[in-house]
Write a protein that binds this ligand. Structure first.
Ligand code: SOE
Length: 374
């Protein structure tokens, strides 16, 4: 197989995750673009890549680049992904696909019209035991669904000294915590449970009214001092959904929950059994039954559904995690570029679906009313 040439646009925490996944999938990083030419130059040197691009025009003008990874702050996603698609490049664009529903719609339509591969890293789909849960639900093991519930909690914005471009609506978008991490939960639960959310009621709260000076990356030590700035984006959110089958789903999201670093958790309760998954304990899927025959399915290549086994690249007991999900997602994107059809690959259509949910969640939080999604 020919080595794909890629460019990474945006070199923060998630850009580095993309780079590692791309290298493991056998691609060659041809160059990087960053928030300034100096930063691009520094990162190109430290990553040992041939080119530091000045801007997106230089990226898309490079004939050695077949795939552009868009890892910039959210407000730049549309322009970067659009330029890449218009130049005939395949795209992996970070979520949210765009900061408005209109922009997400335009990108999804453009991607569809070009026939290029355009994917979005809803990477929690790539935990092997998540695939196991999906397969069991699809086979009817849980029976009709009764209830879906869960949360996605982080604490990297708990300290009021912490600030980040995600907090600023001009860069992050009108919703912060919901668009950033609630979007993952909704994508995952709709995909695993097989039921679409049809309406929502939601509420947002900003619990830290002022924060220190804006800094670059997520999950970093807060910057010391600096003038305090008023915050308008939400730190926490609660949402209740109803699915097409009438099932209720409830979700709590937060970036200010002490001790919770990246705890995405869901439980799906059916008439015959329940399943529960915790991203911070991702080797195991809990399966509950009414007669106390509780089970824990342990990740591994030797058992379970075909997709669970495909994604279990290490033997049981040799922990896989977030990085492996990213690697599998990027590898599947590259397989799609080679003409394969990997199962469960999240595309711009899924990004558009997510943008629609986020848009409706924001509307519901503003009007305090049940709001239709579709
Ligand atoms: C920051 O909240 C973040 O990096 C998210 O943007 C990612 O989508 C999530 O996977 C981890 O946390």
């Amino acid at each position: 197989m020919r080595k794909l040439g890629i460019a990474i646009v945006g070199t923060g925490m998630i850009g580095a995750v993309h780079r590692r996944a791309a290298l493991l999938a056998g691609a060659e990083v041809r160059g990087v673009a960053a928030s300034s030419p100096q930063r691009a130059h520094d990162v190109a040197q430290s990553w040992n890549v041939p080119r530091a691009y000045r801007d997106i025009e230089e990226v898309v003008g490079d004939p050695q680049v077949q795939v552009v990874h868009v890892c910039t702050p959210n407000h730049l996603h549309r322009a970067m992904a659009q330029a890449a698609l218009q130049a005939g490049k395949h795209v992996i664009c970070e979520k949210p696909l765009a900061t408005t529903l209109e922009d997400a719609r335009a990108l999804a339509a453009l991607a569809a019209s070009t026939g290029l591969v355009a994917t979005i890293p809803f990477v929690y789909r790539y935990h092997p035991v998540v695939r196991e849960a999906r397969a069991r639900i699809a086979q009817g093991e849980l029976g009709p669904l009764h209830l879906i519930h869960g949360s996605y909690l982080q604490n990297w914005l708990l300290d009021p000294a912490s600030n980040n471009w995600r907090v600023d609506p001009a860069q992050g978008g009108a919703s912060r915590v919901f668009a950033d991490i609630g979007s993952h939960w909704c994508d995952l639960v709709e995909w695993v449970g097989g039921e679409r959310f049809v309406d929502v009621t939601a509420a947002f709260a900003t619990v830290i009214a002022e924060r220190g000076t804006l800094t670059g990356q997520s999950f970093t030590t807060p910057a010391a001092g600096g003038a305090m700035q008023a915050v308008s984006s939400e730190d926490v959110a609660a949402a209740m959904f109803r699915t097409s089958a009438g099932t209720l789903a409830s979700l709590t999201v937060s970036q200010v929950s002490a001790g919770r670093h990246n705890r995405l958790w869901f439980e799906i309760d059916g008439a015959k059994a329940s399943v529960a998954f915790n991203q911070e304990d991702a080797e195991r899927l809990w399966i509950g039954r009414p007669d106390q025959r509780e089970e824990v399915f342990v990740r591994g290549p030797g058992a379970g559904s075909a997709e669970q086994r495909r994604l279990s690249v290490l033997p049981a007991g040799h922990a896989q995690g977030y990085g492996h999900c990213f690697e599998a997602f990027v590898a599947d994107t590259y397989r799609a570029i080679e003409g394969e059809r990997p199962q469960g690959l999240p595309t711009f259509e899924d990004g558009l679906r997510s943008a629609r949910i986020v848009d409706r969640v924001i509307a519901s939080a503003r009007t305090r009313a049940w709001t239709p999604i579709d």
